[in-house]
Design a protein around this ligand. Structure first.
Ligand code: 26Q
Length: 821
């Protein structure tokens, strides 16, 4: 396999067996006869962890001795999923482990199910961070991920009577074998209190923050094994703890009791991940979470820098680059300024130069409701000194703006870090653009819109600062590990180089029309569909036909992602089948996976709608042979790994201009699914790669969306002119699907009509139906479909996260790789 790498750790089957048994005895305190599946999983993980530690030590020593420049990836979310199989694959020990465990009477694949997902993220942004740290370690770049050690990750979803119920996620309940506590690197951070202004003998001003409380940050390290097992980097996650230390200044200043009562309890800071993505909650605890992990991480970085460079700050920005994964850690910008100006006593200008050479910022959204803003009052209360610094940054920035556009108050109001609304707000996006040396969007179209719509004046003021880095996914998890049969087939056909050089997949193009290879490729797909059909039966009791088209939409539930457009089309098919029992369509199973933010009522209604429609259709013998609908509960990384290899069709149907990139689109196409999608996010680049014959594009473009909206879009025009569309929407609002409760879904109809249909579901419905028809016809030509599927896999080279990381490294981070011997 991977010709370029050599396995750094040699371990044969018998060594592996011994290591597992040794850990069963000495780490778990049990033995082969007593061990249950969970104990085997723990012992196997511990055996792997021995190898991981060995490489971790070597990596850290090498990076230290070389005093390497490193990237510090700040992210409130890391959606890691399971680690055991990933670590085995990256050490190229999966097959060895499988054979070893088999001899011990343990089925590896079955045992892997014991591991709870590490779900410390909501969706795309968190999973991107996980793919990026995989690529960084694989390509041997010095890198560290910094985030929050949430006690509870994203909630577990149960479906009761069709509705979503949230249950707490407890990923560490029985201990997590991958994390190592590092008490020697504990940090303390401050919150609340007040700022004292002092003057020294020369009349120089000094600011001193007297905190109201101190919180301890305890670091937990998760080793990140690169493919080939040479570099092992770390993901460092901070857990909050109450501090022994108490600041008596506040008490003496008379504010103790009142201030204290309002304070957030220290331990609650890292208790739970906020489950809303793409909405700004404005909650005090959320801001504290952001500051907590940003401040702990900065202190950690500075401690390490000082160990080598002492008080010489001149080389800081040469050694350290910090990537802000969206604005969630943007408070790190004023925090670094505070450290440099108040503590290190550097001049403002020197400090600002260091700061703006250190930070880079990735934007993941244009949706106005997702752009973070914090009330000035709230920042002033929690971080009084930071608020002063933010005002100072803004004051100097406004002077810059005035120099560029003299006297133009409109531009100033627009660019100001402070929004002068009724309740004054700090705009974290503006702060991030001003405080960074590079700003990137996550797909070509998205980055173009960041420049032209979101930050046009910034683009004029700072030419070249705004750029694009198209997202990517790690082919180790999203092909090699999740789809072993397809991986083996590909490797047999073109060799194993694709794992580290995904462009190699293009060698498959030569076989796209080869009947034998088509049969082999589709046979693998068929086996994967069979396996998913079994999983569906296990999880829901629903029986699906593996010969049907497996049509999959998996992503967070959002109006802009338009799961309800998919649902309206399903209703249209259902209606056609009822009206004409001979209606000609290939059997099709529509499969959904989605979590809704607990406070997003309409999203929850859409989940409910999918489930009640599914229930009706699946139990209607008139249409059962041709149509099924499945909602798989608790969509998460490990479930995605089972669904994606079995997909024939990938639904990527967001309103054009709304999905920044999407990454599920890449995972599905890589596994040979054909996309039905809009010209949005990375779909556009996928279409460019696979060619228009190998994708089903429909719907309004970004420009057409804007034209439609500015022409005064009226969804009723479509409702009244398309009989089928009207019938399906009205059907939802009858008691056919919700017997005895006729208006249970009325909010859905309301949003599409009286609500103005902000995401243009009705406008795109007809073209979506046409694209679905074309897709259905294409599927019936087995050879044509196989060719399309093969070409989708073959043309996905661009979308490896190795390429994304190469882009970041060469254009933004300027890192050198560091070979760990
Ligand atoms: C903000 C404030 C308060 C609470 C929560 C949040 C919050 C949390 C998560 C806001 C946004 C997110 C996550 C956003 C996200 O996942 N965006 C997706 O990022 C992917 C990676 O770039 C893209 O592919 C997707 O298009 C984009 O939607």
């Amino acid at each position: 396999q991977g010709a370029a790498t050599s396995v750094s750790i040699q371990l044969d089957k018998d060594d592996f067996k011994q290591a597992v048994i040794r850990n069963l005895h000495r780490t778990l305190g049990t033995d082969e006869n007593k061990a249950n599946k969970h104990a085997w999983w723990k012992a196997t993980s511990a055996a792997m962890q021995e190898l991981v530690f060995e490489r971790l030590r070597t990596t850290q020593k090498t990076h230290y001795l070389n005093d390497t420049r490193a990237v510090h990836y700040f992210s409130a979310e890391f959606l890691m999923g399971r680690l055991l199989s990933n670590n085995m694959h990256n050490f190229e020990l999966f097959d060895t482990a499988k054979r070893a465990l088999k001899e011990l009477g343990v089925d590896l694949v079955d045992m892997l199910e014991e591991e709870p997902d590490m779900a410390l993220g909501n969706g795309g942004l968190g999973r991107l961070a996980a793919c990026f740290i995989d690529s960084l370690a694989t390509m041997e770049f010095p890198a560290i991920g910094y985030g929050i050690h949430y006690e509870h990750g994203l909630f577990r979803q149960e479906i009761r009577n069709g509705a979503q119920i949230e249950r707490p996620d407890s990923w560490r309940d029985y201990g997590n074998p991958w994390e190592i506590c590092r008490p020697e690197s504990i940090q303390q951070i401050s919150l609340y209190g007040y700022v004292e202004t002092k003057y020294d003998e020369d009349g120089k001003i000094h600011k001193e923050w007297h905190p109201g409380s101190i919180v301890t940050g305890v670091p937990w390290d998760i080793p990140i094994v690169g493919y080939g097992g040479k570099t092992v980097n770390v993901l460092r996650l901070w857990q909050s703890q109450s501090s022994e230390y108490f600041n008596w200044d506040v008490f003496n200043a008379g504010g103790y009791v009142d201030a204290q009562r309002e304070n957030v309890e220290s331990e609650t800071i890292s208790k739970v991940l906020y489950p809303n993505d793409e909405t700004e909650a404005g909650k005090e605890l959320r801001l504290i979470q952001q500051y907590f992990f940003s401040a702990c991480s900065l202190k950690d970085i500075i401690r390490r820098y000082k160990r080598v460079h002492g008080d010489d700050w001149s080389r800081f920005a040469e050694q350290v680059v910090i990537q802000l994964n969206d604005t969630h850690p943007a408070i790190a910008i004023p925090e670094l300024m505070r450290i440099l100006v108040d503590r290190a006593e550097l001049s403002w200008n020197v400090a600002w130069e260091i700061c703006t050479q250190t930070f880079a910022y990735t934007n993941h959204t244009l949706l106005p409701e997702a752009l973070e803003k914090w009330p000035v009052r709230m920042i002033g209360k929690i971080l009084p000194r930071h608020l002063e610094i933010i005002y100072e940054i803004n004051h100097r920035f406004m002077a810059e703006v005035d120099a560029k556009w003299p006297g133009n108050n409109e531009i100033k109001a627009k660019l100001s870090i402070i929004e002068e609304s009724n309740e004054k707000m700090v705009r974290m996006g503006n702060l991030s653009v001003v405080g960074s040396f590079a700003v990137n969007g996550v797909a070509e179209i998205h980055s173009a819109l960041v420049k032209s719509q979101l930050f046009p004046e910034f683009n004029e003021l700072y030419p070249g600062k705004l750029t694009n880095v198209t997202n990517g996914i790690t082919p180790r998890r999203w092909l090699k590990a999740c789809n072993p049969s397809l991986s083996a087939l590909i490797t047999k056909k073109i060799g194993g180089d694709w794992i580290l050089n995904l462009d190699k997949l293009d060698d498959l193009s030569a076989f796209a029309s080869n009947k034998t290879f088509q049969n082999q490729f589709m046979k693998v797909k068929q086996q994967n569909k069979l396996a998913l059909a079994e999983e569906i039966k296990k999880l829901t009791g629903i029986i699906v036909d593996p010969k049907a088209i497996f049509d999959i939409q998996i992503k967070r539930l959002h109006e802009y992602k338009r799961q309800h457009l998919n649902l309206l089309h399903i209703l249209a098919l259902y209606r056609r089948l009822l009206q004409d029992p001979d209606y000609d369509m290939h059997p099709r199973v529509f499969i959904f996976g989605a979590k809704a933010a607990p406070g997003y009522a309409l999203a929850k209604t859409i989940i409910y709608a999918i489930n009640v429609v599914a229930d009706k259709i699946n139990n209607d013998s008139r249409v059962n042979e041709k149509l099924k609908v499945v909602f798989l509960p608790n969509y998460r990384v490990s479930l995605a790994e089972k669904m994606i290899p079995a997909a024939d069709v990938s639904q990527q149907i967001s309103t054009a201009g709304k999905e920044a990139s999407g990454t599920g689109n890449m995972k599905l196409a890589l596994n040979g699914a054909i996309t039905i999608g809009t010209l949005d996010g990375a779909n556009i680049e996928i279409a460019e790669e696979v060619g228009e014959d190998n994708i089903f594009i429909f719907g309004l473009t970004v420009d057409e969306v804007n034209e439609t909206l500015s022409a005064g879009y009226n969804p009723y025009d479509y409702y009244y002119s398309n009989e089928e569309l009207k019938a399906t929407i009205d059907w939802l609002d009858s008691d056919y699907f919700t017997p005895g409760n006729p208006h249970a879904l009325s909010s859905l109809k309301h949003s599409l009509l009286e609500g103005g249909d902000p995401y243009l579901v009705l406008a795109d419905f007809e073209d979506y139906c046409k694209a679905n028809l074309a897709l259905d016809l294409a599927y019936r030509d087995k050879s044509k479909w196989a060719k399309m599927a093969i070409l989708n896999t073959a043309k996905m080279g661009k979308f490896t996260s190795d390429r994304s990381i190469k882009d970041y490294v060469e254009r933004i981070w300027k890192l050198d790789s560091c070979q760990v011997k």
